[in-house]
Design a protein around this ligand. Structure first.
Ligand SMILES: NC(=O)c1ccc[n+]([C@@H]2O[C@H](COP(=O)([O-])OP(=O)(O)OC[C@H]3O[C@@H](n4cnc5c(N)ncnc54)[C@H](O)[C@@H]3O)[C@@H](O)[C@H]2O)c1
Length: 284
């Protein structure tokens, strides 16, 4: 399975980063968005990231030119017909993802591999709804994609050995450090991280300390780059609440149950950095 041409579905926060690293690794990359305006915004995000990198001496001018040279944007799904691998990074909805893969099934060749960057949906379910459940895997990148080394490779119940190995090797070819994660909510990283974040909120509700002291304690006492409340504000409280609910639905364990304060902060619109207020206040 030689991968030369990569399709990326979605040029939002994650899709633009994924398209950038694929093009940067030398793959001919075609990124598809729903309309021209969103596509333009996504491509502009890639160009800005590369230009800032050149200005700071982190990216060479040649690397910027070759990355952009390998990249094509489109709003036409048929333009993905020659792709050897398609990575989906569209909205987190089973219906939207299933419809898009169904449209793709009618266009691409039999050997094309599909990957989903979903954070919370079941890879086996997505795979089962395509015509190629054996050529389907999860490929979970971390934000910001060009900077974060880790990628989780998730095998659906139906993923063939050949597909799994091809996807794992592909992740390595992007300069990433892949790990193999199970097709269970949270995969590996969120399975461990989310209960920790929820526990921090519960502890705060129970008077363990101030937000600032808990953050300072975990940062300086463990060497984590930031405390749990700073991280929660970065990730978004709505996103954490959504993932916690999915994990609780599956495992039915109290560790995954969203604490009352988290729910109320989401209802009040205090979503973290993106809304200007979460556990901390931010200048918009
Ligand atoms: N945000 C994160 O930190 C993060 C991390 C890992 C994985 N993910 C996953 O990545 C996926 C995308 O998340 P995001 O944060 O980039 O969202 P986003 O909202 O920034 O981007 C999604 C993009 O998909 C586009 N889109 C919707 N339907 C489409 C279609 N049919 N074809 C092509 N494009 C379509 C939208 O216009 C939008 O630009 C989700 O599945 C999410 O769970 C997100």
């Amino acid at each position: 399975m030689a991968i030369k041409t990569v399709g990326v579905l979605g040029c939002g926060l994650m899709g633009s980063g994924i398209a950038q690293v694929c093009a940067g690794a030398g793959y001919r990359t075609i990124v598809r968005e729903v309309d021209e305006a969103v596509l333009k915004k996504g491509i502009a995000r890639i160009e800005k990231f590369l230009s800032d990198g050149v200005a700071r001496g982190k990216v060479t001018a040649d690397a910027k030119t070759s990355t952009l040279g390998n990249l094509t944007g489109t709003t036409t799904i048929e333009d993905l017909k020659d792709c050897d691998l398609v990575i989906e990074a569209i909205v987190e909805s089973v219906e939207a993802k299933t419809d898009t893969f169904a449209a793709l099934d009618a266009i691409v060749g039999d050997s094309t591999i599909y990957c989903s960057n979903t954070s919370s949906l079941c890879i086996t379910e997505l795979a089962a709804k395509t015509k190629r459940p054996d050529r389907f895997a999860g490929l979970h990148f971390f934000n910001p994609v060009p900077l974060m080394k880790l990628v989780e490779v998730i095998r659906a119940l139906t993923t063939s050995d050949e597909t799994y190995q091809a996807v794992f090797a592909f992740a390595q070819s992007l300069g990433k450090e892949p790990i193999t994660a199970p097709d269970k909510p949270g995969f590996i990283v969120n399975r461990l991280l989310v209960p920790y974040l929820l526990d921090a909120i519960r502890s705060y509700e129970h008077g363990l300390g101030t937000v600032e002291d808990i953050d300072k304690g975990m940062k300086l006492g463990t060497g984590y780059p930031m405390g749990p409340f700073t991280l929660l504000d970065f990730v978004g409280l709505d996103t954490t609440y959504y993932i916690a609910n999915i994990m609780f639905d599956e495992y039915r364990e109290p560790a995954y149950a969203p604490p009352p304060l988290l729910k109320r902060m989401v209802l009040a619109g205090r979503l973290g950095r993106k809304s200007g207020q979460g556990f901390y206040k931010y200048d918009k």
